[in-house]
Write a protein that binds this ligand. Sequence first.
Ligand SMILES: [Zn+2]
Ligand SMILES: [Zn+2]
Length: 398
Amino acid sequence: MCLCVTHSNFKNLVNPLARKKFLPSAQLSQLIDLSTCLKDNKKCMYGECSICSNNLQLTMEEDELLTEVKYFQWVNVSETITIRGKERIIKKVEKKALQTTLKDLVSIFFEKLAVFKKHRYDISHQYKEIKNLKKGLTSHEILFLIDLSENYGLKFGEEIQSMHFGGSRQHISLHTGVMYSREETSEPLTVTSFATISENLNHSSHAIVAHMRPIFQLAKERKRSEIHFIHFLSDSPSSQYRNQFTINFMKKELLRQFPQLQGFVWNYSISGHGKGAADGVGAVLKRTADMKVAQGADIADVSKFYSVLNTSCPGIIVYQVPGEDILMAERELKNVHSTPFKGIMNVHQIIWNLEGFKLNSLSSCILLLPFIGLWFIFMEYKLHNLSSCKFFIINNCA
Ligand SMILES: [Zn+2]
Ligand SMILES: [Zn+2]
């Protein structure tokens, strides 16, 4: 069951309408089927099809329209909290009970139905593209799914009461991911789960690069073929992955680590969807650590967390990133020339190749397989000095 805000809020609009039998079903997938000709068709799902755009009709009596109805929605709220004597504003999502007339609820429903259908289409498009990318991944490519997990609070088997309520609990940061690669096109994919942990809680651009360094090293050790193209898929918080500093610093780092690299692409998943595998690695590690604590272990520092996970989760490769490495990356970042990206908040994909950067804002058009195919053909021609071959980018893969 999807728990993203878009899904959850739409379900909370459907529930009161379905309960009063104004809607033919409370099932979101059935409502999609009833309101479209074909749920795989972008035009239908984007409300651009003239045949199905008015398919779903709600029937109610005139005198019912002003009836008051209650419904719930998740909304963003700001709260001021005090941490170590300093006031800080934190943003969080809260479930609120709202009230309106049936007439207004119906118009909100149709407005959100349009948003929800686009969301559903984008998710299934993204899943298909990830599947296709994995299927077509060549021996010269790697795909990284990465996720910066919530910090983990260190725990003791027998905790003193004050630790539960005070701010004394120490935290560590946890960066998790999955690497996909293959040596031969005919071979099945090799899937490597990894995690990097640090006592330095910084989550910004330089920290992302510092956390990925041991993973790039791992990729070099594990892969026999030269790496020409790297795909990243992550969630899209602007403070971490979706900003010019992360991308520019990463470009410099990748070229240093993989001198044969011809390009990389950073794909941003639809909020709350898509990075499932990387998310799963973080969940397994936290659950395992909690289980060890429940059995009486003290996980008092990052080294203990590392040794517990290293022995208990042999399927996940864990590295410890010293705080000093993150500080060193911070100093290095100051010398990185950063190309500014206009409109970065609306892009779903940033591509870099030897020609430069390209930002793509197509809805979840994440892989541009034709683009990468043409890119390799172009490079082949270039290497063989056949200068008549023109390089071009396909702008639309939907
Ligand atoms: Zn969703
Ligand atoms: Zn249609």
